[in-house]
Design a protein around this ligand. Structure first.
Ligand code: NAP
Length: 330
């Protein structure tokens, strides 16, 4: 029997990607959908504009939107705006639902796991400290995941002292309608409200022990760029020890061999690229341009991933799977 899942925020870019990623999932089936109050009772296909390269699954087309607080499924994926998630997710957890959230609301709550399952599933131990019958599990900001995941193998090479990162973030990361094409086409905007602080704090939470942040500095500049899907992060990492670029390559390769759904490595000088390396359900984080810095303690690399998939929908589904395995439910 597949586990029944309710999807909140089903109409946005993240919600629509959850719908296609749950279609034919081995463990889960989409059972209920919800969005803003005005849609309650409406039929999905007639109510929304479908913006997803994969066709709308027929199973969802005839579903009717339910009120947020009347969903019945035990497992909930939330793709709600932060301000709505802040109010709704704790109410659902109190009623016994397991909520897998894309929103920023509870990512930094000390009792809530902020997860990349291949990296810090040990943080699921925090669930025992949540007092509610149901629980909340979160996935990271859609740029944080591509930086934090790439830093995990590097933590095995020495003591990271400082990380300096520059992001180039796609349009779909801003939701729909997001940033105006008039403002962005042929342009670059060096600001995304609140994003730099999220990347700094979330990266340290993910890479620390459960409840204890990692002890290195993170400096970030973020940019919105005229790319439809795919966030790129250019990063430099300074270690306490000397670190060779050969050891970086072989550590990333070892992780890629062990977790082929987590990393794909590139040696070409002009890769990875959003237009060439990201499929519509791409979970892999693409790493390339490995380089020694200007001193033997510093290395650099590029990390690219699909913001709607590994950065949102696929991340919440992976968290749901990891949590249910942790609980022995699948
Ligand atoms: P979005 O385009 O703004 O979609 C938001 C969804 O929430 C829509 O389905 C909308 O339904 C619904 N909604 C809005 N106000 C509501 C209300 N008052 N009550 C109930 N439902 C309401 O956002 P998105 O880009 O899909 O992102 C969803 C969440 O994931 C956000 O918290 C975002 O920060 C986070 N996130 C996004 C990305 C990304 O790459 N886009 C990555 C990581 C995390 P209606 O159509 O009915 O208004």
């Amino acid at each position: 029997m597949k586990k029944q899942v309710a999807l909140l925020g089903a109409t946005g870019p993240v919600g629509q990607r959850v719908i296609t990623m749950l279609e034919n999932h081995p463990h889960f089936t989409l059972h209920e959908i919800a969005a803003s109050d005005a849609r309650v009772g409406q039929n999905f296909a007639e109510s929304i504009t479908w913006r997803n390269e994969i066709p709308m699954p027929t199973s969802v087309a005839k579903m009717k939107f339910r009120p947020l607080l009347e969903i019945e499924s035990p497992y909930v994926i939330s793709a709600l705006p932060t301000e709505v998630a802040t109010e709704i997710e704790p109410l659902l957890a109190a009623r016994g639902h397991y909520v897998f959230s894309n929103a920023a609301s509870f990512r930094m709550d000390p009792l809530v796991p902020l997860m990349i399952p291949e990296i810090n599933s040990a943080h699921l131990s925090l669930l025992e400290k949540q007092q509610t019958k149901g629980k909340i599990v979160t996935n990271p900001n859609c740029s944080t995941v591509f930086l934090a995941a790439a830093l995990a193998p590097l933590q095995e090479l020495g003591t990271i002292e400082h990380v300096s990162a520059v992001t180039m973030q796609a349009l779909s990361g801003a939701g729909y309608p997001g940033v105006s094409a008039y403002d962005l086409m042929g342009n670059l905007i060096p600001h995304i409200g609140g994003e730099e602080a999220k990347i700094q704090s979330e990266t340290k939470k993910i890479l620390g022990a459960a409840g204890i942040a990692a002890n290195f500095g993170v400096t970030v500049h973020v940019h919105r760029v005229p790319v439809v899907h795919g966030h790129t992060v250019a990063a430099h990492v300074r270690f306490k020890e000397k670190v060779s670029i050969e050891s970086v390559r072989s550590r990333f390769q070892a992780w890629a061999d062990r977790s082929p759904n987590l990393f794909a490595l590139h040696e070409e000088m002009d890769r990875p690229q959003p237009a060439k390396d990201l499929t519509p359900h791409e979970m892999r984080i693409h790493l390339g341009r490995f380089k020694q810095g200007d001193d033997p303690h510093t290395i650099g690399f590029i990390s690219l991933g699909h913001n709607l998939v590994r950065g949102a929908a696929g991340a919440a589904i992976a968290n749901m799977e990891s949590t249910l395995r942790h609980l022995g439910a699948i």
